[in-house]
Design a protein. Structure first.
Length: 206
């Protein structure tokens, strides 16, 4: 199996999900994400604005607006830069929403929330193949806590990704939370654990 093959398989899974269960799946993702962010001291967070079948995390964004400094991606050629969340967002091509441009040159954040299509055995991200996040992360002064978000669990133990692919610390799906890099995550005795696509309860304290 190649990275391209696995991406195609994950995209098929995501697109085949019932629209009738989307609200419940989004609720579970937001619940798990809030559990992590409530325990993390980081104030500067890069979120994404949901598009297509990506998990809708706007509930978390709005809940944290008054407590955290929130940034969103602003497309910049073949990559993007971070700009502060300012409403209303602007409707761009292909149905994408972005905040207004900013002259700020932000290079330091505490947490990055990143949508993923799939994750390989090294904890690396498989996205849509555009490489925008792969180009963006090397521009940061320090690696933030990186939280991958999926609308459906799609993981392979195989090593498919390249060295330049973004690697995550935590993976969140509607089913639960999984550590992708145990050395970076302090865990309690009651935590989420994934086995063969299923999970038992876990809670991460980051």
């Amino acid at each position: 199996m190649t990275k391209s093959d696995f991406r195609s398989e994950c995209l098929k899974r995501h697109k085949s999900l019932s629209p009738h269960t989307k609200k419940y799946r989004d609720f579970r993702v937001n619940h798990h994400l809030m559990n992590i962010l409530r325990h993390h001291k980081g104030k500067r967070i890069l979120f994404y604005w949901p598009f297509g079948f990506e998990a809708d995390i706007r509930r978390t964004i709005f809940a944290l607006r008054a407590k955290k400094t929130i940034y969103l991606p602003f497309m910049d050629d073949i990559s993007f830069k971070m700009v502060p969340l300012r409403l209303p967002l602007e409707h761009k091509a292909f149905g994408i929403y972005e905040p207004r441009n900013s002259c700020l040159n932000i290079k330091l954040i505490d947490i990055a929330i990143v949508p993923v299509v799939g994750v390989d055995g090294s904890g690396a991200r498989i996205g849509f193949g555009k490489g925008m996040y792969d180009r963006f992360f090397p521009t940061l002064k320090a690696k933030p806590l990186t939280i991958f978000v999926q609308s459906h669990y799609c993981y392979t133990p195989k090593l498919l990704c390249d060295d330049y692919d973004v690697r995550g610390d935590i993976l969140i799906t509607p089913e639960g939370i999984r550590s992708l890099k145990d050395s970076n995550v302090r865990r309690t005795t009651r935590q989420w654990q994934f086995r063969h696509g299923r999970c038992s309860r876990r809670i991460f304290n980051c």
